[in-house]
Design a protein around this ligand. Structure first.
Ligand code: G3P
Ligand code: CA
Length: 315
């Protein structure tokens, strides 16, 4: 795969996490347009599959945390009480309203964010591709895509190969290309390996790093964070997406060696997620950004607040 000199980028990338999710309901077309206007280098799309095999942009395999599915389709929950995107056609999903993320009690997770009652729809991956490509054409810009293949093992258990479906969309739009402004990310290391080795994708890949107790995927993240694990990632991917607390102990402000070790392995580092409204009490946004960009030299940053990070880097 690419050598170290090819994968380390000069200017850190600002990655709009779920669009401009600090201001508008996540992953909606409005949120994408705002992130674009705020100057994101890349805009993220979390991807899941519908009943009719369409790819939609949604963070969870469930719907109730960000839509009014319980009001519109009250009888369509599974025995576990959850509403799954995979049980609804795209036409059905288009009848839902997307709202700010809520917890299990129906309380807004980030209370100071969007408080209006506007109409927002679930977007398809292709709608987001078209919106960004049209803006790029008209504004002569190259804002990129940063799709995440969500829960591939769960989709497989349900009889769905999400990676094949996502790659079909990317290939239709000539985006399975290492030279295009796109990264594909996944938490499941077996799936990232499958993408490169079995599905023979050409696109740049980012291995996300979680914590083993999140049960996000069958991957052993403790291993992936070791030099041997990073070496294994570097065989098939261009970078890692670690959680910020894996880079900085937010109590003591001590950095870990992960960025340095990843760079030694030839990997870019794009941590998630900078949220200026969810910082620990003992640290302000400038200190956090200084540590990430100046001290640790990360190559990109996922943020709900593209404007804040763009302004910081401009200064
Ligand atoms: O993909 C980077 C970051 O978004 C990972 O966390 O849970 O927000 O998808 P999550
Ligand atoms: Ca994501």
């Amino acid at each position: 795969m690419a050598s170290t000199s090819q994968v380390i980028t000069a200017k850190p990338l600002v990655i709009a996490h779920r669009g401009a999710s600090g201001y508008l309901p996540e992953h909606t077309l409005q949120s994408v347009a705002l992130a674009y206007a705020q100057g994101a280098d890349f805009i993220e799309q979390d991807l899941v599959v519908t009943k009719d095999s369409k790819i939609i942009v949604l963070h969870d395999i469930h719907l109730e945390t960000v839509t009014n599915v319980e009001q519109v389709f009250p009888s369509r929950k599974r025995p576990d009480g959850r509403y799954y995107a995979l049980d609804f056609t795209l036409a059905e999903l288009k009848t839902l309203n997307v709202h700010e993320r809520q917890d299990a009690q129906g309380k807004q997770v980030f209370p100071n964010r969007y408080q209006g009652k506007g109409t927002f729809q679930v977007a398809t991956f292709e709608e987001q591709i078209e919106l960004i490509q049209q803006l790029n054409r008209q504004l002569n810009k190259t804002t990129g895509f940063y799709p995440e293949i969500k829960s591939p093992a769960w989709h497989r258990e349900q009889g769905v190969d999400i990676s094949q479906l996502v790659m079909a969309v990317l290939r239709k739009h000539q985006l399975d290309d290492a030279d295009k402004a796109i990264y594909v990310q996944c938490f499941d290391f077996a799936e990232t390996q499958r993408l490169r080795n079995d599905l023979e994708v050409k696109v740049k890949l980012i291995q996300l790093i979680g914590e083993n107790d999140w049960q996000e995927s069958p991957t052993d993240y403790d291993f992936l964070k070791t030099p041997l694990g990073l070496e294994a990632i570097a065989k098939i991917a261009q970078g890692i997406g670690p959680w910020i607390p894996q880079l900085i102990d937010l109590k003591t402000m001590q950095p870990s060696a992960l960025v340095e070790q990843a760079h030694l392995a030839g990997l870019q580092v794009h941590p998630y997620t900078f949220r200026k409204d969810a910082l620990p009490d003992n640290i302000n946004q400038k200190q956090t950004l200084n540590m990430l960009f100046n001290d640790l030299q990360v190559d990109g940053l996922f943020t709900d607040f593209t404007d804040t990070v763009v302004d910081y880097l401009a200064k």
